[in-house]
Design a protein. Structure first.
Length: 135
């Protein structure tokens, strides 16, 4: 009566084996998901570092904005440029619509982080302008 039945030991071993196989398959699927998530994270990190290179260079942004504002078509607009620690603000109390179109095409086609943009129409040909370029 005190002996353990070998059939019970065999059944116990089969149950333990099935439990281990189930856990192994679940661990494999978790590993595959983790690998896929790792690939996505690496792609996102490289994309973010590329964006930082484009948008975070203060000197490049200052030079390019100065170059834009020094164009002959924009000099007559009396655009006030104010450099702050967080970025540059461009403002004008009265700007011609054609000059405004030229300036906005330059700003929107460039790689600038525009934080605020406020254009108000004064008359048919004039408007006020406030642009905040952040870095």
């Amino acid at each position: 009566m005190n002996r353990i039945n070998p059939l019970h030991i065999g059944i116990l071993l089969v149950v333990v084996l099935l439990f281990l196989v189930f856990n192994l398959s679940r661990a494999k699927s978790e590993l595959a998901e983790a690998k896929e998530l790792h690939k996505e994270t690496l792609a996102l990190a490289s994309h973010l570092s590329e964006l930082k290179e484009v948008y975070d260079d203060k000197e490049k942004i200052k030079k390019s904005l100065s170059r834009i504002l020094e164009q002959s078509s924009l000099k007559s607009a009396k655009i006030v440029q104010e450099v702050k620690s967080s970025g540059i603000t461009l403002s004008s109390e009265e700007i011609d619509a054609d000059i405004l179109n030229t300036l906005m095409s330059k700003l929107l086609n460039g790689s600038y982080n525009i934080g605020a943009l406020d254009i108000k129409k004064i008359s048919q040909t004039n408007a006020t302008l406030y642009v905040e370029v952040l870095w």
